[in-house]
Design a protein around this ligand. Structure first.
Ligand code: NAD
Ligand code: TYD
Length: 340
């Protein structure tokens, strides 16, 4: 492993992985390949932008020519694919981009990777491929029952990775992370949306009864998990990266408000997300056996995260303009109006 292409490296988790890898492995050349969609942000990479073992290349993973050029130019031997459309609510409004990137893009990366003799391919996937888990915990061999266009497109991408391993003998590993939170997360997801909205004393649109359960994983733990699986995962295998920190959405929301010293009256129970999964839960046994262990519990991770958004308004205030406001209007204006 020498020249690593990190696709989607300007996003939330990809940039945490990049910042970690650039510092931890000076002997690797690490190239960020990112289309810079609304979710991609070069500010996330400022901490590494002057490092010698880091490069940035703008490109689409579904653009075969551009992928070929990057693989050849940097003599890539390893690919870690974070690139994705990642927000469930957007996938409900408009699934097209999800098929383009999460399915077709993953396929093109795999296909060009194979043709260029890539030695290791890590596909970053999600617990959402298992679907709604009423009781118990998902293990890696459980069947897939994705319920949103996002989850289905991620399932498609990772099944293609599996097929490239079985059919062509390509060396692939897959990670399935749980709900991730932390600094530099685009403020459309629960934790950064509610933190930044509450800072401005705006209403927090909690879907349905707020009793849905997510398993929360701090972003640096997720990044270290991908590093562990990339280096030590058995070829052809998938590994759950579970936070093992299950919380109801309403409790996460209340805790954010407490940390900010804001009143619970900001919470609004708005009409539910369509097809909303009630609960995700996985065990992390298999990844633990390889030496991965999460370091943050939810209390510490959430306090660090909320503190980061308080201290880094420069980062998120400029995002909350233009495209963001259009999306916010589409997603929330009617929902919030319907309960007044
Ligand atoms: P994100 O939306 O913050 O970032 C996605 C990045 O991919 C952005 O930088 C974007 O510009 C880039 N991108 C999108 N389409 C592209 C394309 N066609 N070509 C090249 N780059 C493209 O997402 P994230 O939250 O950092 O998630 C990263 C990965 O982790 C995704 O694959 C996601 O499915 C997975 N994941 C996320 C979570 C979570 O809770 N956020 C949990 C488990 C797994
Ligand atoms: P989200 O951060 O979108 O992650 P995911 O859908 O991938 O789990 O949402 C986390 C949970 O919070 C999910 O159950 C939906 C809920 N949620 C709300 O109640 N209101 C919101 O405005 C958002 C964005 C999410």
């Amino acid at each position: 492993m020498k020249n690593i292409l990190v696709t989607g490296g300007a996003g939330f988790i990809g940039s945490a992985f990049l910042r970690h890898m650039v510092a931890a492995y000076p002997e690797y050349n690490i190239i960020c390949y990112d289309k810079l969609t609304y979710a991609g942000n070069v500010d996330n990479l400022l901490p590494v932008s002057d490092e010698e073992n880091y490069r940035f290349e703008r490109g689409d993973i579904a653009d075969r020519r551009a992928v070929q050029r990057a693989l050849e130019h940097y003599a890539i031997d390893t690919i870690v694919n974070f690139a994705a459309e990642s927000h469930v609510d957007r996938s409900i409004i408009e699934p097209d981009a999800f098929i383009h990137t999460d399915v077709v893009g993953a396929y093109i990366l795999l296909d060009e990777g194979r043709k260029h003799g890539i030695e290791r391919f890590c596909q970053v996937s999600t617990d959402e491929v298992y679907g709604d888990i009423e009781v118990g915990f998902s293990v890696e061999d459980d069947r897939f029952l994705p319920n949103s266009p996002y989850a289905a497109s991620k399932a498609g991408g990772e099944l293609m990775a599996r097929a490239y391993h079985v059919t062509y003998g390509m060396d692939i590993v897959i990670t399935r992370g749980s709900n991730t939170y932390g600094p530099y997360q685009y403020p459309e997801k629960l934790v950064p949306l509610f933190t930044t909205e509450a800072m401005d004393d705006r209403p927090l649109p909690l879907y349905g009864d707020g009793k849905q359960i997510r398993d929360w994983l701090y972003v640096d733990d997720h990044a270290r998990g991908v590093d562990c699986i990339l280096h030590f995962g058995k070829t052809g295998e998938a590994y759950n990266l579970a936070g093992e920190n299950q919380r109801h959405n309403i409790d996460v929301t209340r805790r954010i408000l407490e940390l900010l010293g804001k009143p619970a009256s900001l919470i609004r129970h708005v009409p539910d997300r369509e097809g909303h999964d009630r609960r995700y839960a996985m065990t992390a046994e298999k990844a633990r056996a390889l030496g991965w262990q999460r370091q943050y519990d939810f209390e510490d991770g959430l306090a660090a995260t909320v503190g980061w958004y308080q201290e880094n308004e420069w980062w998120w205030r400029k995002i909350k303009t233009g495209e963001y406001l259009e999306y916010y209007k589409r997603q929330y204006t009617e929902r919030l109006a319907s309960i007044r």
